[in-house]
Design a protein around this ligand. Structure first.
Ligand SMILES: Cc1cc2nc3c(=O)[nH]c(=O)nc-3n(C[C@H](O)[C@H](O)[C@H](O)COP(=O)(O)OP(=O)(O)OC[C@H]3O[C@@H](n4cnc5c(N)ncnc54)[C@H](O)[C@@H]3O)c2cc1C
Length: 464
């Protein structure tokens, strides 16, 4: 009987055309390059790195770099990440594993390339292990490192319950992927083992590590990033904050989870930012929710967290152009194109949308949720996205502005779920509905309909 979630080859992503990553002889250590799984527990990539290091009789080194130039880098994202790093420093110290965090805090005026700490370490390693992630900068960073260094680089899927590789095709709707996820769930939704290193020896680093303490605001201020997006109100990054929220939600939110479509009640888990940065594992969230029950809310929560989340990863994996209109299903793209000339009530500029200055008070309140809190309720995200289609000249512009606003302001942005959610507004994973202006047969959602579902004025007041 399996006791732990298996770390099989299904989780390993090797360079195309290879079946085995032969470690480089003489390598000093196995390097785990932490990109999106910011945790020292429940981490298949870390476990794989440690297992390989144990086999080779060398230590494992965890390298985690925070650049200044990733898209949408801001005080908000840097703060959340650095709060997570604070927990990582403590968690790795407790496990006796060397964790080297590098903060790129170059001055805005600095020109020229700095030597890459990652490349310098990779060149001394026997093997590099990193996180698999099908969107944002990760696929191209992985490719770039593979092209630059002579050491094998293995990406490991720690993001999903059912490894992405097990699903060999792209799914067009939740109802098709659901049985393929739910069927084998018993084999995969199990606790994740903690693998311990057998060799521990300090490794000399070619850079000074940063260990954030109470000085996170000062560290962030020194970075050459967007200082106009402030830290998100009411959110703290890191494993400890995630687990505290999870504990609270299991007791107070989960039992009422069936009320999840009402944005005025705090019954959804709000795990998405921590899941995005990997501060918690989807396994621990689901196992804790299953344990806490009750049955009906748990079933609904499982469907969101397993079916919809893993559908979004599947989508990004099989559709590399998920940032473009090509990711809109053909029928919906045709419908939207056919209705491009339909008159709009208003066409708003990018700035009006970004500042939440439309004539729709509810939409402005939703945009406030992103601007101020860095998080928005699911029902409102759907309405928010659909409305922008009605206020822009065409799908391409609507998609571009939605991606920008979502990824710039949402803590959980830049995720497969960001693209799954945004593209859903354009008909992805959905079916045709009754034809209407602008949207054609793409499903329409209105703020008027929202008034029948929840107390809209109360929500607007809460965002005022
Ligand atoms: C336009 C639009 C943009 C979106 N942008 C993002 C985004 O940037 N990042 C993001 O994580 N989600 C995004 N979503 C999906 C969804 O709104 C959020 O995942 C959810 O609101 C997060 O809140 P929660 O953690 O309280 O969810 P819960 O209801 O507690 O669900 C638990 C987890 O299940 C997953 N989940 C829930 N609903 C969905 C969904 N519809 N699709 C995929 N996974 C889901 C999330 O990982 C979530 O944390 C977007 C949806 C839309 C319509």
């Amino acid at each position: 009987m399996p006791g732990y979630a298996p770390l099989t080859d299904d989780r390993l992503w090797l360079p195309r055309g290879t079946t085995h990553a032969a470690p480089r002889p003489g390598g000093e250590f196995v390097l785990y390059w932490m990109q999106v799984t910011h945790r020292a527990h429940d981490n298949f990539a870390l476990n794989h790195a440690i297992e390989q290091a144990n086999t080779l009789g060398v230590p494992v080194l965890v390298y985690h770099g925070l650049r200044h130039d990733y898209p949408w880098a801001s005080d908000r994202l840097h703060t959340f990440i650095l709060q997570g790093v604070r927990d990582l420093v403590a968690a790795f110290a407790a496990r006796g594993i060397q964790y080297a965090f590098y903060l790129d805090d170059r001055d805005p005026g600095e020109t020229g390339e700095r030597p890459s700490p990652l490349v310098a370490l990779a060149e001394r390693a026997a093997l590099v292990v990193t996180d698999w992630f099908p969107t944002f900068i990760m696929p191209r960073q992985l490719k770039a490192l593979r092209e630059r260094v002579g050491v094998p680089v293995v990406a490991v899927d720690s993001a999903l319950v059912i490894p992405a590789k097990r699903l060999t095709k792209s799914y067009s709707a939740a109802r098709w992927i659901r049985p393929d996820l739910m069927g084998p769930l018993g084999d995969w939704l199990l606790p994740i083992e903690t693998v311990e290193p057998e060799v521990r020896r300090p490794i000399d680093l070619p850079f000074a590590v940063t260990e954030p303490g109470e000085d996170i605001a000062a560290l962030v201020a020194a970075c050459d990033i967007d200082h106009d997006v402030p830290p998100a109100r009411g959110w703290t990054g890191g494993t400890r904050a995630a687990q505290a929220r999870l504990d609270w939600w299991l007791e107070h939110g989960l039992p009422r989870y069936l009320e999840r479509n009402d944005p005025n009640v705090d019954v959804t888990s709000r795990m998405s930012p921590w899941l995005h940065f990997g501060h918690v594992s989807v396994h621990e969230v689901l196992l804790a929710a299953r344990e806490a029950g009750p049955a009906e809310p748990w079933k609904k929560f499982l469907d969101e967290t397993l079916t919809w989340r893993e559908l979004a990863f599947n989508f990004c994996r099989f559709q590399p152009k998920h940032r473009t209109v090509e990711a809109i299903p053909d029928w919906a793209r045709t419908e939207l194109a056919d209705h491009e000339d339909d008159p709009r009530e208003a066409i708003y500029s990018d700035e009006q949308l970004e500042r939440g200055e439309t004539d729709d008070e509810l939409w402005n309140a939703c945009q406030q949720a992103y601007l101020r809190d860095g998080w928005m309720h699911n029902y409102l995200r759907m309405l928010w996205g659909k409305s922008v289609i009605g206020w822009t000249e065409n799908a391409a512009r609507a998609l571009r502005i939605l991606e920008h606003l979502n990824n710039k302001y949402a803590l959980d942005g830049r995720d497969p779920n960001s693209y799954g959610g945004i593209l859903w507004c354009f008909g992805r994973f959905d079916r045709p509905f009754f034809r209407r202006p602008i949207y054609g047969t793409v499903r329409y959602m209105s703020t008027n309909a929202a008034r029948k579902k929840f107390d809209v004025p109360a929500y607007i007041r809460s965002m005022a």
